[in-house]
Design a protein around this ligand. Structure first.
Ligand SMILES: [Zn+2]
Length: 245
């Protein structure tokens, strides 16, 4: 196997390592985003829930008030049976009228509160459905990202040891040149510019390759670097055949 092919294999692994390293930063961000969407929906669901609970509480405490007022009214009616004179009778009658008004008012306000109930129940139900929907929608991706995050370090270690097994097969000086470029390109892992006989540009930076440089790439036994970006030119397999034929 030519040294170009070995370097290309090593580069493929370095690109994979770079992608994994990038994922180590990106995946947790994506995961947080997906969870945030669910969190927002849960927050508005909780708001509708607490509105509903407050209304239900108001209704139940108004019902307790109603019971109290009804008891008071019943006591007034009882008292009516034991009045001793007209003056007392009039006073108790007045008390009964007042208590009847209070009972009627309380019933009215309970009815008003109950009118609001269906809308709040509907709002809560809709909000809960939105939560369920977004959970169903995001869960597969959340699970996938979680398991990827859990295995990412192992994936990097496996790819790195695959690379380490290849390195001794490449000339030490070539590897030094390669590593020097890689040092500045950890985020992409791309070190090589792929060249064929009719290449006009560096495949990494797009710099035009002069015919002289192209000739040098094809004739030289050592690696030639792009004058602009420093990428190391390697011949694609077709070009390697052209070189040897
Ligand atoms: Zn270049």
């Amino acid at each position: 196997m030519s040294f170009e092919n070995k370097l290309l294999e090593i580069e493929t692994l370095d690109i994979k390592i770079a992608q994994l390293e990038n994922s180590k930063l990106e995946y947790p961000l994506k995961l947080a985003e997906l969870k945030e969407v669910i969190g927002q929906k849960e927050k508005s669901r909780d708001l509708t829930k607490s509105n509903l609970e407050k209304l239900e509480k108001d209704i139940s405490s108004a019902n307790i008030d109603l019971e109290t007022h009804n008891n008071e009214l019943a006591r007034s009616h009882e008292r009516l049976t034991s009045v001793k004179n007209n003056k007392e009778f009039d006073a108790v009658q007045k008390e009964i009228r007042t208590r009847k008004t209070v009972v009627a008012e309380t019933k009215q306000s309970i009815a008003k509160l109950k009118e609001k109930l269906p809308q709040l129940q509907e709002e809560f139900k809709a909000a809960q459905e939105e939560v369920d929907g977004v959970i169903a929608q995001n869960s597969p991706q959340i699970e996938e990202l979680t398991s990827k995050i859990a295995s990412i370090d192992d994936d990097i270690a496996a790819t790195t040891s695959e690379k380490n097994a290849l390195c001794p097969k490449v000339d030490e000086d070539l590897l030094k040149m390669y590593d020097a470029v890689l040092l500045g390109r950890k985020r992409s892992g791309k070190v090589l510019a792929h060249i064929s006989a009719d290449s006009k540009k560096c495949s990494y930076c797009g710099q035009v390759i002069s015919p002289n440089l192209l000739k040098k790439i094809f004739s030289s036994a050592v690696l030639v670097a792009c004058e602009n970006c420093g990428s190391l030119f390697v011949l694609t397999e077709n070009a390697q055949n052209q070189k040897t034929s």
